[in-house]
Design a binder for this molecule. Structure first.
Ligand SMILES: [Zn+2]
Length: 306
């Protein structure tokens, strides 16, 4: 693997996974093992974690992995979990390449769905982002060599409810901007399982993309999620957990936002506030692998800009 230094803006997006601290780029090839999250939801744990939701008429996959080779792996597992389901739906948590560039690996007839805000970001920045990622290592160049980004079959504004059969429904939800402007949430009933993307993580510092939401909009999204009464959470870049992750995410963002606002009110620059809050939060939250001065300063700047 190539160890060329990775641009910071990219590193911050994955420095997250403790396992992946060395070497500096994530292991982008998904395996074939699955972890059962709830009655109707399985996960392939990797970069990113991918959800497979199984009803008795249709299967829904959330996220594609990096490039079509990973997409094909996921499609194979989905088929293995439900060999007789005639319908395969695919949606993506956001437009970043490890979540959305593997669509071409899925079989013909796969129904691609995405919220309109996410599709706008895909149209504006999707291709450029794939090209940036393709320069990072030779393996990624290969994975992304032929990764067409096709137009979804269905787009929706705020909510789309999919009946997967056998009483299983998936509510695809857009609650507003957080990590990106187009963050999509999938809530599976009756399991009460939330496939949360970057919006609810498990001990993972919240990263707001340059074209993402604000700390305030992220908190507003979390309030809407809290009303769902979630039982299980599958995040994209951290370990699965129970519904308490929703409140933990809100607590973390609220605390950091409040501290940043205090420092702003007392005339401290965003840069200095970041330097102060980095160590402060590292002490308070020692088990967040991607909690570092760089990411804290980035977040603080978003608070200052609100
Ligand atoms: Zn992302």
């Amino acid at each position: 693997m190539d160890f060329r230094p990775v641009p910071l803006f990219l590193l911050s997006a994955w420095a997250a996974s403790a396992l992946l601290a060395q070497p500096p780029v994530p292991q982008a090839i998904l395996g074939e093992e699955t972890l059962r999250i709830s009655d109707h939801v399985w996960a392939i744990m990797g970069w990113p974690n991918v959800a497979i939701v199984v009803g008795n008429k249709a299967t829904l996959v959330v996220d594609t992995g990096l490039g079509p080779r990973n997409g094909a792996t996921i499609a194979r597992i989905a088929k293995r979990l439900a060999p007789n389901n005639p319908k395969l739906y695919l949606t993506t948590t956001h437009y970043h390449p490890e979540h959305a560039s593997g669509e071409a690996g899925f079989p013909p007839g796969t129904i691609l769905i995405r919220n309109a805000a996410q599709q706008r970001q895909m149209d504006e920045d999707g291709r450029a982002m794939v090209e940036r990622f393709a320069k990072i290592t030779p393996l990624w160049t290969e994975l992304l060599a032929d990764a067409p980004l096709r137009t979804p079959d269905i787009t929706f504004d705020n909510e789309l409810k999919l009946d997967l059969g056998g009483g299983v429904t998936a509510r695809l939800l857009w609650f507003g901007g957080a990590h990106t402007m187009g963050d999509e949430l999938t809530f599976v009933e009756p399991d009460r399982t939330l496939v949360s993307g970057d919006v609810v993580q498990n001990k993972f510092f919240p990263l707001i993309n340059a074209n993402g939401g604000t700390p305030a909009s992220w908190l507003a999204v979390l309030d809407k999620i809290a009303a769902l009464n979630v039982l299980h959470v599958l995040p994209d870049h951290s370990a699965p957990g129970d519904g308490s992750l929703v409140a933990s995410e809100k607590k973390f963002i609220s605390e950091l936002r409040s501290r940043a606002m205090e420092l702003k009110a007392s005339g401290v620059s965003a840069e200095d506030a970041g330097k102060r809050l980095g160590p402060e939060f590292k002490t308070k939250y020692p088990d967040y692998p991607n909690l570092n001065d760089n990411n804290v300063t980035g977040f603080v700047k978003h608070v200052y800009a609100e």
